[in-house]
Write a protein that binds this ligand. Structure first.
Ligand SMILES: *Cc1c(COP(=O)(O)O)cnc(C)c1O
Length: 496
């Protein structure tokens, strides 16, 4: 299977290893497989008998043809081992009224980013070897919280790579900050930026496209790469858990093989929900994809009006991992539905005017699969409280955004299908806001919030978070917010 750019470059196709090593296509587009492999009900039936790592290897091998099945199986076993994902990588729990929750936060950093970032570094080092690359890769990450920690944990102590993370000093939750500041590993660097997430992201992007810096790094035998969800290596592991979830729903008797399910995903960069769309295109019986946003409802507007407009106010919400105005992976959907020429045209409009409009016919094509809902802050808090009181289930702020959207969708459309709601983080990662939503008192020190939440609800703080809270802070660096400040940190770390 060859890979091509969403904007038309690489027409002859590149290998999956090259796409994973490079991250971004040479015309600024994203890599996509030339065609989508197909699965049938028999494939799903066979998969049902397998463990999660085996299911992962089977699905990945359809997309990554230049990786051997044995390589993929070894990597999946290492990534999704029982000591990393407790009790298992992607368990499903039932809620009332044909709703099911797919819990993707049982990994080492307690957010769904682990599902991709435990596997991707392994695919990445193999890609370096397959491409004959002998330089060291420096993975640069700008994070609003969850990606940074998951990438650090995934890439720590991985051969031939270093990882450097920049986070906004006041733009992440207290628990998230502590998780990053206590990171172990011989190849990691973490720095706070005296600015917001946009400053961090703009700095990283500017470093990537600065020829002088790239040359200086070359001199030390280092090249830059990214771990963001624009990389196909991060997207492809996410397809697996939708197919796996369908298997588990069949095994539990919740649905019969062939029944359609609807899926609701809390969405920021459009990566997670797009992975579900690929699974649907492969042949997984999925009905509607409900795209759930928080108060930053740019995608809800796009899915109802066909106008994507990022000239709008940016809100800092209690679901910060979805506070995003540019949903990069939407580009992949535009490409699949409308082709590379139209996709490139729309992306140019976005770059030049900060907005683009699709036609009514194009919008109806998208609406055949996608519907958008957004959840404001009050409703997010109310859903956390209602779900705890009525179902005895503790959910985090991002999951709450999705559950509220799913419930309104089911009311509006009265479909008979089962609804799979994707749960993306442990409630303890956002303990202070969850406590507030439950009507509890938030302690003065936010790092005490998990213990208070645990006491209030009689549930346990996940052990990786307990560990991070009690560990010594080692990464104390705080630097300025300009590109020059960040570039200096990058060059110094590359030399280490
Ligand atoms: C990253 C993240 C999201 C958004 O996922 P996308 O793939 O960016 O749409 C939702 N919830 C949590 C907890 C996250 O960390």
């Amino acid at each position: 299977m060859k890979y091509i750019s969403t904007r038309g470059a690489h027409k002859e196709g590149v290998s999956s290893a090259y796409a994973i090593k490079t991250g971004l296509a040479c015309d600024g587009g994203l890599f996509m497989p030339e065609s989508i492999p197909e699965i049938d009900l028999e494939f799903i039936r066979e998969l049902s008998a397998l463990s999660y790592p085996e299911r992962a290897a089977r699905v990945l091998s359809l997309f990554l043809e230049d990786y051997g099945y044995d390589e993929l199986l070894a990597d999946a076993h290492a990534a999704y081992s029982e000591d990393k994902f407790v009790p298992s990588p992607a368990p499903i729990t039932a809620l009332s009224g044909r709703k099911y929750m797919l819990e993707l936060w049982h990994g080492p950093t307690c957010a769904f980013k682990d599902m991709a970032l435990q596997l991707m570094p392994r695919l990445f080092t193999r890609a370096l070897r397959k491409c004959g690359e002998d330089r060291t890769a420096l993975i640069l990450v700008a994070t609003s919280g969850d990606t940074g920690k998951a990438a650090l944990e995934g890439y720590r102590d991985i051969d031939q790579t270093k990882i450097q993370v920049f986070y906004p000093v006041d733009g992440v939750s207290r628990v998230q900050k502590k998780q990053m500041q206590t990171q172990e590993g011989h190849n990691v660097s973490v720095a706070g930026i005296e600015g917001n997430f946009d400053d961090a992201q703009n700095g990283v992007k500017a470093i990537f496209s600065d020829g002088d810096i790239v040359k200086r790094l070359e001199g030390t035998g280092v090249f830059l790469s990214s771990a963001n969800s624009i990389n196909w290596g991060r997207l492809v592991p996410q397809i697996v858990y939708y197919i796996s979830a369908y298997c588990d729903l069949c095994l539990s008797g919740a649905i019969r093989l062939g029944d359609r399910i609807d899926v609701c995903v809390p969405t920021g960069n459009f990566g997670n929900i797009f992975a579900c769309y690929i699974a649907k295109r492969m042949g997984l019986p999925v009905g509607k994809l409900v795209c759930a946003s928080n108060k930053n409802n740019i995608l809800t507007d796009f899915l109802s009006k066909g106008v994507y407009d990022r000239n709008r106010h940016f809100y800092a919400t209690m679901s910060p991992s979805m506070d995003i105005l540019i949903s990069s992976n939407l580009e992949r959907l535009l490409y699949l539905l409308f082709g590379s020429e139209r996709c490139a045209e729309l992306m140019m409009e976005l770059r030049e005017r900060g907005r683009y409009t699709i036609t009514a016919e194009e919008l109806s094509l998208i609406n055949a699969d996608f519907v958008g809902y957004y959840t404001n802050e009050d409703e997010c808090a109310a859903t956390i409280r209602r779900t705890y009181e009525n179902e005895k289930r503790l959910i985090d702020t991002h999951t709450s955004v999705a559950l509220s959207a799913a419930e309104r969708y089911m009311d509006d459309y009265e479909t008979p299908s089962a609804m799979l709601v994707v749960s993306t983080a442990s409630a303890y990662k956002f303990a202070a806001d969850v406590l507030l939503s439950l009507g509890g008192d938030v302690p003065e020190n936010d790092l005490d919030a998990p213990a208070v939440l645990s006491q209030l609800t009689g549930t346990a703080v996940p052990s990786p978070l307990l560990e991070a809270i009690s560990k010594e802070t080692v990464h104390k660096a705080i630097i300025g917010r300009t590109k020059e400040d960040m570039a200096e940190a990058v060059i110094n770390f590359a030399k280490e």
